[in-house]
Design a protein around this ligand. Sequence first.
Ligand code: SF4
Length: 495
Amino acid sequence: MNVMSRSPNISKSKFLQGLQCPKLIWSSYNAKHLFPEVDDALQAVFDQGHDVGSFAKKMFPDGVEIDTDPTDFEGAIELTRKHIPSRRPIFEATLSANGGYARADILNPVGEGEWDLIEVKSTTSLKDVHIPDLAFQSWVFTKAGIKIRRCFLCHINNKFVRHGEVDPKEFFTLRDVTAQVSAYSGEIEEHLSDMGKTIRAANCPDIQIGKQCDSPYTCALHDHCWSFLPAQNITELYDDKKGRRWDLLKRGVLKIAEIPTDYPLSPKQLIQRKMAQSSIPHVERTKIQTFLKNLEYPLHFLDFETFQTAIPIFDGTKPYEQIPFQFSLHIVHKAGTKPEHREFLADGRNDPRAGFMRQLKSSIEPSGSIVAFNAPFEKSRMKECAELLPEYKSWVSEVNQRVVDLLNPFKAFSFYHPDQCGSASMKLVLPALTGKDYSKLEIQEGGAASREFVRVTFGDVTESERKRVRKALELYCGQDTEGMVWILDALRGVC
Ligand code: SF4
């Protein structure tokens, strides 16, 4: 049976998929097996969105929830229709009309039989994609006979700072986007008609990968659609602001090594092509030697782990503020000596920053370079902590002057190995330069470290699970700083 005859209505999320890419919406109806399971990182984004959405409902204490099973479309519509005459705010109000199906975060009664449509987002600003999102809902609700007065985007107030209990009215900003929504509404009918044809087509639309694969969202089919690309492919071109990768793809060039010699490339991209052809690293010895000469013993290799939440947990913090909860520090006191390891991992549910700064100050020696990979991150966190704890201000200002960024020689392509795949990130530099990697560690990247810390610190877990995860966190952060020691040794080795 054709999918459209089973489910004639296109939901808002499918509509947005259709705007992003016809292949995506076709696959969503006809090739569901291609969609991967939601991973932990994406699930954390969904959970955060859910928390923010629930919090926004507190602004409407007399609201009623359409709490039917998410797959029970008919039930949700029936219950919404039942609640409409009560003229109370309706959460998850659901209606369908003219081939569209929409679920509104908040449908708020106003004036004489009118309603305001409120879409809650966990972003701190209005994004372009929010307009078609709201326009689609407004269009469906209007066609279903609801008089929409105004449309609002309810996003997080980026100026909000927590002081005591969080008041949702201060935490959120309501943006009236009625004019933008009206301007877009005229396009919806045609889009829906085109999407209906796409979905009913027997074959998947032939769509080339492109910018749309990561905009406005990273597409769920990214790995599937991009899997045809060979190693050392043109999507790995460094800092490709001019979009040369897409131009090359149109010309049928897939491998960096096969980019024609007369094709215009940036100096770093030229290095990439040369190295892809020869498979050996590019080394600019003089520049690396200059970088190394500026380092002073004792060398401190420093890395922070942080977590962030949309709704701040601690007083004095903003939405999504990075809260440092862990550091690892390897100190090489003299050339050729074994590094000494010092570390901190916050324990308990209190604000970790005072303990973090106390331990950090007592761990860093009064002289010597402080080496970090992507150092602005560590410098900014220390500055923010000093804002909260002014007793550290002068120390942070002195320490920040000693910070050296180990990312720089790689960002500058003073060293480039084709195995870095066009990236200067430590997770790719380390194996390319030293042959060592994170594959044996339970926690392998910063996002997972944050999620796991939050889970075992604020979640309901057993003591043994908490201990196990804390050990994994120590191993991960420890490898980040020991990895920097290995990278520096390897850089010395190539000079
Ligand atoms: S990965 Fe790109 S080409 Fe493939 S469905 Fe998604 S947006 Fe379309």
